[in-house]
Design a binder for this molecule. Structure first.
Ligand code: PEP
Length: 248
């Protein structure tokens, strides 16, 4: 089953309109012949300027979060229509930093995921275990619970991109080994097969995220179940192009 690899950056609360546009202009010629889909997910306020900077390139601009309600009294939130107005295709949902610092729960991840799908965009839905959970031997239990709740009521799971991001590997420089990442992502695929159908699970794009960089991307991307990466720190520099060109 052919799954087109997908490499996405997550700028988080870094970059300005000026530094972001400069980076996109430098990245564009370096990634233009990529064999994978490429996106940069950026803070909402940067979306108009980054969309402009990425015009005519193969870099899609994504968002880092979205509210599940279409509109209303939700100070500080961003709606699907606001994102779609700028042609946003991808929205990161349930990043561990949202879960850890901003009260995101599996229930709200589920609402956001369904709202992104209903708006015709692609959620990049993040799941992952903490170090304590991995060391306690409950990684599969944790991921099963996240998948069961986060994907509840989703009609077509093949339209969801899953990012497996072990919390202990995000921004720490400590990457999962190729084998750890492969084994866990194969488990996630199997679980999606049980929750939906095995054929659907074969079509779902599952990224690895957690200190993926220019040095370790080849090994991770060579694993049969790893279809891409969600890249934090390395997406803030030209290393992102090396990751996108992991197969060259
Ligand atoms: C992320 O924020 O999703 C991430 C994987 O960050 P980093 O690559 O910096 O670990």
């Amino acid at each position: 089953m052919e799954r087109k690899p997908f490499i996405a950056g997550n700028w988080k609360m870094n970059m300005t309109a000026e530094s972001g546009a400069k980076l996109i202009k430098e990245l564009a010629p370096l990634v233009k012949d990529a064999d994978c889909d490429v996106a940069l997910c950026v803070p909402a306020i940067l979306i108009p300027a980054m969309t402009e900077a990425a015009k005519g390139t193969n870099i899609a601009i994504g968002a880092e979060n979205m509210h599940w309600e279409p509109k209303g009294a939700y100070t500080g939130e961003i709606s699907a229509d606001m994102l779609k107005e700028y042609g946003v295709k991808y929205v990161i949902i349930g990043h561990s930093e949202r879960r850890q610092y901003f009260g995101e729960t599996d229930e709200t991840v589920n609402k956001r995921t369904k709202a992104v799908l209903a708006a015709g965009m692609t959620p990049i839905m993040c799941i992952g275990e903490t170090l304590e959970q991995r060391e306690g031997g409950i990684t599969e239990e944790v991921l099963s619970k996240q998948l069961g709740t986060d994907l509840a009521g989703v009609e077509d799971v093949t339209k969801v991109v899953i990012a497996y991001e072990p919390v202990w590997a995000i921004g720490t420089g400590r990457t999962a080994t190729d084998e750890q990442a492969q084994e866990t992502i194969a488990f996630i695929r199997k679980k999606i097969g049980e929750l939906f159908c095995p054929k659907c699970a074969e079509k779902v794009i599952i990224q690895y995220g957690g200190s993926m960089n220019a040095g370790n991307c080849k090994g991770l991307m060579a694993q049969p179940d790893i279809d891409g990466g969600l890249i934090g720190g390395a997406s803030l520099k030209l290393d992102f192009a090396t990751i996108v060109n992991y197969n060259k």
